[in-house]
Design a protein around this ligand. Structure first.
Ligand code: FEO
Length: 386
């Protein structure tokens, strides 16, 4: 396994997780990578590491350039173990290496690894001299954890962005001009929707600073490295972070005997008659992390569930928990569902959505099986709202 040159003297030495299919619940159907970068300068520097089970892969790539014991500096942009997991092994090989991290990063690393390594906590704006080059530290709290930071190498115009701009995507290609752009963008969008979305306000702040930088390469810590489409990913992040939506309705439902499903179809029809793009998603056949990718640009998020034991179906309950945790803003909603003898689930779902800041425009319920006239009435009522 060889290192891949990113720019002269700077190498990708990460690990490829070909078989990863779940990242704590996020369906990673294309696997992932954990990108670490080796900078050969007077101070030999490694930016981020990999998950612990890929440590030997990372070390082999480093050894294709230098002996890992020669590493002077390790930059740990983020404590989460997909980026710090190789530290214990690496620190056995290079015990004197200094670990540069944010102040919260030092606390987090000590709490994770119970080791008294040579920590050098850095504040935003601090500059570290590597010899011919310098690393500029920018703290980015909550993108993704309180400890997160990014580092910028102005002499090479590289931003080492850690989780930001990443995608869960395993490939032998490393750069955005080598891999189909539509897949990279789709995975970046899924990654934003499932990981970064709750921190959109913080992303907006960071983008202000990043837009002032001269950037040739965004060396992220997951997936493909951006070098040809830097502007596109920055502009997509600006759009996603501002919770920009389009004339689109996402209709998410589960059903027992198809009554709620026929309501979902009537609601979809109403939106289409009013010129909306729609996406109809059954919770029985779609993973919640894929549904989130559809949420990102939807003006309407409509939720349908029948009653089960006086509550919504557990599949809807799980989706709502996930959706509300990821906190999309500026969305409208319609809640609907069938029931037998008590429509309590509608009230429960509407309450949860309202409390999370969604504008609930209608609650639609139907006893037992809706007939053609009922569905037409529903269609007309929804159309009247749009
Ligand atoms: Fe890729 Fe927040 O770790």
């Amino acid at each position: 396994m060889k290192a891949v040159e990113v720019k002269e003297g700077i190498y990708w030495v990460g690990g490829i997780d070909w078989n990863l299919r779940s990242f704590h619940g996020y369906l990673t159907q294309r696997g992932s990578t954990y990108n670490s970068y080796l900078i050969i300068d007077e101070k030999i520097t490694l930016v981020d590491t990999v998950k612990s089970y890929l440590t030997s892969e990372m070390l082999e790539r480093i050894r294709s350039i230098i002996d890992p014991s020669k590493i002077d500096y390790i930059v740990c942009n983020h404590v989460e173990m997909d980026h710090s997991g190789a530290l214990p092994e690496l620190m056995k090989l290079a015990p004197k290496a200094a670990i540069f991290c944010s102040p919260k990063g030092e606390i987090g690393l000590r709490e994770h690894y119970k080791a008294d390594w040579n920590f050098k906590p850095m504040e935003s704006g601090t500059i570290l001299n590597l010899g011919k080059r310098t690393l500029h530290f920018i703290l980015t709290p909550m993108v993704h954890w309180p400890d997160n930071m990014v580092v910028y190498l102005p002499e090479e115009k590289i931003l080492f962005s850690n989780d930001s701009f990443g995608q869960h995507l395993a490939s032998s290609e490393r750069f955005d001009d080598e891999y189909p752009l539509d897949i990279t963008m789709l995975e970046a969008r899924k990654y934003y929707a499932n990981i970064v979305l709750p921190y959109s306000k913080q992303v907006q702040k960071i983008l202000v600073g990043i837009n002032d930088m001269d950037i040739d390469i965004i060396a992220d810590s997951h997936g493909i490295i951006w070098r040809k489409h830097v502007k596109e990913i920055l502009s997509s992040y600006a759009s996603w972070a501002s919770n920009e939506t389009r004339k689109k309705a996402l209709i998410v439902y589960d059903t027992m005997w198809h009554s709620t499903e026929t309501m979902a179809l009537a609601i979809q029809d109403a939106f289409e008659q009013k010129g909306y793009v729609t996406s109809l998603v059954s919770l029985q056949h779609n993973h919640i992390s894929d549904i989130m990718t559809e949420v990102i640009d939807a003006e309407f998020i409509c939720l349908g569930s029948p009653t089960l034991n006086g509550r919504m179906l557990p599949s809807m309950s799980a989706f709502l928990t996930y959706l509300l945790g990821l906190a999309p803003r500026n969305r409208k909603s319609i809640i609907f569902g069938s029931y037998g003898w008590g429509p309590k689930q509608i009230e429960e779902m509407a309450k949860m959505m309202s409390e999370a800041g969604f504008e609930v425009l209608a609650t639609e319920k139907h006893k037992y099986v809706p007939g053609p006239n009922d569905l037409e009435t529903l269609r007309q009522r929804i159309k009247a709202l749009l």
